[in-house]
Design a protein around this ligand. Structure first.
Ligand code: ZN
Length: 69
């Protein structure tokens, strides 16, 4: 694998985030991908943002009290 560097934006690994682990990803300039050294997540910026959006969805209703089921 090519030498990883810190990306211009420091993204957290979305997959680790789902397990409540705060992990910065490294950027692979050659493949233009971010990757996580902890869980082997690999994805370009779009993929990172997509999984991040998925993660946020989980908490989208957190400020509303849900009383109807
Ligand atoms: Zn990870």
């Amino acid at each position: 694998m090519a030498q990883g560097v810190k990306g211009k934006l420091n993204y957290r690994c979305p997959r680790c985030l789902m397990r409540e682990i705060d992990m910065d990803m490294l950027y692979d300039n050659e493949n233009k991908e971010y990757y996580c050294i902890r869980c082997s997540f690999i994805g370009d910026e779009k993929e990172v943002q997509r999984v991040n959006a998925q993660f946020r969805e989980k908490y989208v209703d957190r400020i509303n009290r849900i009383s109807d089921f």
